[in-house]
Ligand binder design. Structure first.
Ligand code: SF4
Ligand code: SF4
Length: 316
């Protein structure tokens, strides 16, 4: 299986990173056993980095997937904590629930933070402590901001960046795709390992998936791509594309026809509005006491689902 260096971390990773968000309760709601089977399949095909987060609810899926697997497994998680105590609790939970002694990468889950190292300085300091204690190997930043990629590039303790990039620039909060690509190249030049997210904008760009995946994979400085996958056909197709072992035209044709969408279960929506500020893309508003989505702006990131106390928002 092809391996690529992740910046200067010393890690050698597969060009395809398993994005586990869609397996869990925010999206497809697969059981831990079902999700675990897919993860295991991907590991057996050569994927060696699994991307998760406290918010994703997929630690159990990963635990199932890696149980008894003898090959290499690297795990990246993220904490959205706003204080040190919660950050420590998030890391401890990840270690406990996935049965690990050390996490390979922990990101500040900074999607919507314009100045993550200022706004989360206490959390970052706690993560540094946990790195010194041996509970974390590498620190990173996941972000939807161009400016935050530059800030991470200047942080000597940040080794990995997980930025949002797709050809349309969907979901980038403060700039275009070109501007994000320039920031990524600069961060890579500064020695940071980069694995990109949302190359398909959460499914919105699925109809030309190959083109969009190739675009991100070909950007200078992008070491690998995290893609969410809910079937073995997707895993096979993505691996073939990213490892240049050849494309299966029929499989890709089927995948590119598949569309996902955001569903708000209106009859149960209480109209509390908690989902509206959770959306960085201005895709939600309250209309006559119910949340409504503007599908043009929605990148199917699932953050609104996490913010809904009624758990009434799904990507299907
Ligand atoms: S509506 Fe929800 S899924 Fe769509 S972009 Fe906003 S937060 Fe993400
Ligand atoms: S957070 Fe949930 S209940 Fe509240 S407005 Fe949004 S969809 Fe409705």
């Amino acid at each position: 299986m092809t391996r690529v260096p992740l910046g200067r971390t010393g890690l050698q990773i597969s060009p395809l990173v398993y994005g586990t968000l869609p397996l869990g309760p925010l999206q497809a709601r697969l059981s831990a056993a079902e999700g675990g089977k897919l993860i295991r399949y991907a590991l057996e095909q050569g994927v060696n980095l699994l991307d998760t987060a406290e918010l994703y609810g997929t630690y159990e899926h990963i635990r199932h997937g890696i149980a008894g697997f003898s090959g290499e497994v690297l795990i990246a998680s993220k904490t959205h904590a706003a204080d040190a105590t919660t950050a420590r609790a998030h890391v401890e939970r990840a270690l406990r629930e996935m049965g690990r002694e050390r996490l390979d990468i922990v990101h500040l889950h900074g999607a919507r933070l314009q100045q993550p190292f200022v706004e989360r300085s206490e959390v970052f300091a706690e993560l540094l402590k946990m790195r010194d204690e041996g509970k974390i190997a590498q620190l990173g930043l996941s972000t939807h901001y161009v400016c935050a990629v530059y800030q991470a590039a200047e942080q000597p303790d940040v080794e990995v960046i997980h930025p949002l990039i797709n050809r349309q620039g969907m979901g980038i909060i403060d700039g275009s795709a070109d501007e994000m690509a320039t920031a990524i190249a600069a961060a890579s030049q500064a020695g940071k390992g980069i694995y990109a997210m949302k190359a398909l904008a959460g499914g919105n760009l699925i109809d030309k998936a190959r083109e969009h995946i190739r675009y991100v994979a070909g950007l200078p400085g992008v070491d690998a791509l995290a893609l969410g996958m809910t079937g073995t056909a997707e895993i096979d197709a993505n691996l073939a594309l990213l490892t240049a072992s050849g494309e299966d035209e029929e499989a890709w044709h089927k995948l590119e026809q598949r569309r996902r969408k955001l569903v708000i279960m209106e009859q149960f929506c209480k109209g509390c509005g908690a989902c509206v500020p959770a959306c960085t893309n201005d895709a939600l508003q309250l209309v006559e006491g119910k949340a409504k989505v503007d599908e043009e702006n929605c990148i199917l990131c699932g953050y609104c689902g996490a913010a809904c106390p009624e758990f009434m928002i799904r990507v299907v």
